[in-house]
Design a protein around this ligand. Structure first.
Ligand code: HEM
Length: 147
């Protein structure tokens, strides 16, 4: 496979993960302000639409594209004997954790949509930091490849 094609896959991969990260950082912010709005108020109904669209139109497709393109890159760098340096396993572990954070946030969006949220503004301010910390670990592992 030519180096060019590999770099195109990597460029598309980076575009997908930036879009996914944008959603993972923005959605908890929406939750922070959603907790301040009255249940059933026009503001709360608007937040529900914003949260659902962010998940469906941006985050889910970007997550699927990040995984698909990431696996393509993995297949390519694993040739010919499917052996990988340790950073790859460390990165995959962190990406699984990031996917877990995505699923957790989708669960909170569902609770808000059903007017059943019981979490506080402070809780969402704290979990807003989780994707950031995971992303820092991922980018260091894949760029520096320390082990
Ligand atoms: C979803 C599963 C993922 C898989 C299987 C995966 C796999 C890979 C692989 C094999 C590479 C190529 C490494 C190289 O050529 O040196 C790569 C590049 C990269 N990945 Fe991922 N990745 C995934 C998710 C992510 C996520 C969630 C992020 C960021 C939050 C990320 C950030 C990057 C970056 C910045 C590069 C470019 C590194 C460079 O060129 O130095 N990846 N990924």
């Amino acid at each position: 496979m030519s180096a060019d094609i590999y770099l195109w896959f990597k460029a598309l991969h980076i575009i997908a993960v930036i879009s996914w990260m944008a959603g993972l950082l923005y959605l908890p912010r929406l939750f922070v302000y959603h907790t301040r709005s009255e249940t059933g108020s026009p503001q709360s109904e608007t937040f529900k639409i914003m949260e659902e669209r962010l998940l469906k139109v941006i985050m889910r497709p970007a997550m699927i594209a990040s995984w698909a393109l990431g696996i393509i890159l993995l297949v390519i760098i694993g040739q010919p004997d499917w052996s990988y340096e340790l950073w790859v396993y460390g990165k995959l572990l962190l990406v699984v954790a990031l996917t877990g954070a995505h699923i957790k946030l989708a669960g909170h969006a569902k609770m808000f949509a059903q007017d059943r949220n019981s979490k506080s503004e402070k809780y969402f301010r704290v979990i807003n930091e989780v994707p950031t910390v995971i992303m820092i670990g991922i980018v260091i592992l894949v760029t520096v490849k320390p082990f």
